[in-house]
Design a protein around this ligand. Structure first.
Ligand code: GUN
Length: 319
């Protein structure tokens, strides 16, 4: 009671309209941090070109007509252009065969004017996704999904690291959250998101990937809800990447924890489409120390880290 009163007095002095507002989590503004990184990447691209190198070029492939994929890729192209990277989109009909898609990727692998290639996921079920990820030559694999890049990441060798994982780590680091020796939980074990995030959270900060030295647990669809809660309540950092809207509730979060929401589920509402995160934002912000919103948290970070990867790929391809 005394503590609440004290907080209330300090809060009023600092201009907070209520004790509740003062006690709420600080919002991690992904749009703002991504803008800062965008400027940094633009500066790096300019000096790369001033040193006599060719402007980096990214090619994005869309297969089919998934509206969300079109939105994501057009955002990637827009940010690429904003940082001085050439970007092109190639769209294939959903009926394209595996063989034809592989051939198109092979041509881009050989094209010396192209530095980065990405195949926007999901792709139609008729196509083997892993085989497509393996077809992109590792030096141009700006998604970092090739097993060579994933393998290098897991043994802490220099590699192209998946952009969402890089974005999550960057948000945590730029927010100056204390991570060394602390506990982290990743909810979701997908190979392209949950797994690389967990690798970066637990690995050695002195290693090449600049990881966070956290004691890291991966929970997933087969973790019973009561067990999930036991793990998350011990976590100083919770990264929710399960694709289950509202999965993380207030009673699952340790007071003061940093909660990063990677989930983006599109739902139709009467007023149009809405994006839902994996975190029950309104309740969790009452207990967390830091929280990312959806949208405006991890999403813009993924796009800008992809640009960092494209510049990295240009350095590999043009050396
Ligand atoms: N679909 C959703 N996220 C991603 C991503 O980071 N890369 C690609 N290629 N497809 C995606």
């Amino acid at each position: 009671m005394f503590l609440r009163k004290l907080v209330s007095v300090i809060g009023r002095e600092k201009g907070f309209h209520s004790t509740k507002a003062l006690l709420e989590a600080a919002i991690i503004d992904g749009n703002n941090i991504a803008k800062q990184i965008e400027k940094e990447v633009r500066t790096s691209v300019e000096s790369w070109i001033k040193s006599g190198k060719r402007r980096p070029k990214l090619v994005a492939i869309i297969v089919g007509d998934d509206p969300a994929s079109k939105v994501y890729v057009s955002r990637k192209v827009k940010v690429a252009k904003a940082v001085g990277i050439d970007a092109e989109t190639i769209t294939f009909d959903k009926s394209i065969s595996q063989k034809h898609l592989l051939k198109a990727i092979e041509n881009l692998n050989k094209d010396t004017s192209v530095d980065g290639i990405l195949v926007q996921l999901p792709i139609p079920k008729s196509i083997n996704e892993r085989e497509i990820c393996e077809a992109v030559t590792p030096a141009k694999d700006v998604d970092g999904f090739h097993s060579e890049n994933m393998g290098k990441l897991s043994v802490d060798n220099d590699s192209i690291v998946p952009a969402t994982a890089l974005g999550v780590i960057e948000l945590i680091q730029r927010t100056k959250v204390d991570t060394f020796g602390k506990n982290a939980v990743v909810i979701g074990r997908s190979k392209h998101v949950g797994l690389p995030i967990a690798l970066l959270l637990h690995s050695d900060s002195k290693g090449v990937s600049g990881a966070l030295d956290m004691t890291t647990t991966i929970c997933h669809r087969h973790t019973p809800p009561e067990e999930l809660k036991k793990f998350t309540r011990l976590a100083d950092v919770v990264v929710a990447a399960a694709g289950v809207p509202g999965l993380v509730k207030k009673d699952m979060v340790k007071p003061g924890a940093c909660v990063i929401d990677v989930g983006i589920t599109r739902v139709d509402t009467e007023s149009g489409q809405k994006l839902l995160g994996d975190v029950d934002y309104e309740s969790v912000k009452e207990i967390a120390g830091h929280i990312t919103p959806v949208p405006g948290g991890v999403g813009p970070m993924t796009v800008v880290m992809l640009m960092k990867n494209t510049l990295k790929a240009a350095r590999k391809n043009q050396s």
